[in-house]
Design a binder for this molecule. Structure first.
Ligand code: UDP
Length: 409
């Protein structure tokens, strides 16, 4: 992993926040932590860990990141769980639950937990909690999904594991559950210095457009997302087609696969079919770690779209807002923390609404530009990696002072 230095963030964040991170880091320096999730690339969790883990190590917290192993059948099961927690109706069979349990056991046999804190991300590795008895660690389950209206059967199955943790962590109080363990509410974050978000020159942006055979002669509308039904890429095409009737524009749908998401190929096939016959729709199936390209595509856009049907947080929204792009996005899950309607972008509820707001922003460039300025400041205030880092350092401290209202540091 790339070396990251806290110093480099100094010009971007407030001095007070920078000092606070240093103070907290001193207090928890030397602690050992393990993070576990289900994919090293693709999707928001991997995106965050790729930057958070080296940053914490740089500050003296020894963090080890491990990825569980699983078969295609296992990831089919966990994708169904994912959709079920998002509130979709899915069929869950006993065989699926058995596959889930077997994979937990296989991974448990391969892993050691001799750290002070273990953070398990999302449902895929939730069963690793069975190792808690043999470890001295504090265990935290981190949920990245909108769990406000989960399918009861799936939630109850997972809850049997979750209640064994020392604490849980959700994006916002909207996702809170009835649990006998403490719940912490922590927003995700983007890294302003990563290859995905760092400043780019005009020529760097143009080189990426050229590489993907896109000319910059018509306004670009973009959605970056894994090819997943819940990201509604076909709905984005439908909205674009309405806009296209009155404004000559182009659409980029750029995404890729995540190794823990088996639905991607099918969704991509549907997207390709929906875009047939329009040379102004660019479907880019990107390889993992296409961060530089994604950065450039977001920056080349006039409007960025995130038309998700459900969304835990939607890092792609903050990524675009940070690049001073107004975002037209569905009013679902964590998106509504990021898009303040009429201020940092537009919240929508339908294909037609999405088309209407894209057209409005394309027709009103001054308003779009002003929104972009507010958008960047909103992300600076709330959704940068340094804030998440501060939260994690505080979490470590808190976990080791249970039931104390005041912690003297
Ligand atoms: N992403 C990527 N390549 C892709 C698609 C997405 O690197 O082909 C990144 C995207 O830029 C963002 C993350 O993956 O940083 C997706 O996080 P988000 O929270 O938006 O959605 P998730 O995929 O976790 O549901």
């Amino acid at each position: 992993m790339a070396k990251i230095r806290l110093e480099d963030y100094k010009p971007i964040i407030r001095t007070q926040n920078f000092d606070e991170i240093q103070l907290l880091a001193e207090k928890v320096s030397g602690r050992q932590m393990k993070m576990v999730n289900s994919t090293a690339a693709g999707g928001g969790v991997a995106e965050i860990l790729n930057r958070l883990v080296p940053l914490m190590n740089e500050l003296g917290v020894h963090v080890r990141w491990e990825v569980i192993k699983g078969s295609g059948a296992f990831f089919g099961v966990t994708k169904a769980f994912h959709n079920a927690i998002h509130g979709q109706k899915v069929e869950i069979t006993q065989q699926m639950l058995d596959i889930f349990k077997e994979t937990q056991e296989a991974n448990l046999a391969d892993m050691k937990f001799d750290q002070d804190v273990v953070v398990i991300h999302d449902p895929q590795p939730v069963g690793l909690i069975e190792a808690k008895e043999k470890s001295h660690a504090k265990w935290v389950w981190r949920c990245h999904i909108d769990s406000s209206h989960p399918d009861e059967r799936v939630w109850n199955f997972l809850k049997d594991y979750i209640v064994k943790y020392d604490a849980s962590m959700f994006h916002t109080p909207w996702f809170a559950k009835q649990l006998p363990i403490p719940q912490y509410f922590i927003y995700p974050a983007i890294d302003p210095l990563s290859e995905k978000n760092r400043e780019l020159t005009r020529s760097e942006i143009e080189a990426v457009l050229k590489k993907h055979k896109i000319t910059n002669d018509k306004p670009i509308i973009t959605q970056i997302s894994r090819f997943d039904y819940l990201k509604d890429p076909v709905g984005v095409i439908a909205a674009y087609k309405i806009v296209k009737k009155s404004i000559d524009c182009q659409l980029i749908l750029a995404g890729g696969a995540a190794s823990d998401d088996p639905e991607g190929a099918q969704v991509l096939a549907e997207v390709l079919k929906a875009s047939e016959g329009d040379k102004d729709i660019h479907i880019l199936n990107l390889p993992p770690f296409s961060d530089f390209d994604i950065n450039a595509l977001q920056r080349a856009s006039v409007v960025v779209v995130q038309k998700s049907l459900r969304e835990g947080f939607g890092l792609t929204v903050s990524e675009a807002l940070w690049k001073a792009k107004p975002v037209v996005a569905s009013a679902v899950g964590g998106i509504t923390l990021q898009v303040i309607h009429n201020v940092t972008g537009m919240l929508v509820h339908s294909v037609e609404g999405c088309a209407y707001q894209i057209r409005y922003l394309l027709n009103n460039p001054k308003i779009a530009k002003q929104m972009g300025i507010y958008a960047r400041e909103h992300v600076r205030e709330k959704f940068l990696m340094t804030r998440l880092l501060r939260n994690y350092l505080l979490l470590i401290l808190t976990l080791h002072h249970p039931k104390e209202d005041v912690i003297q540091i």
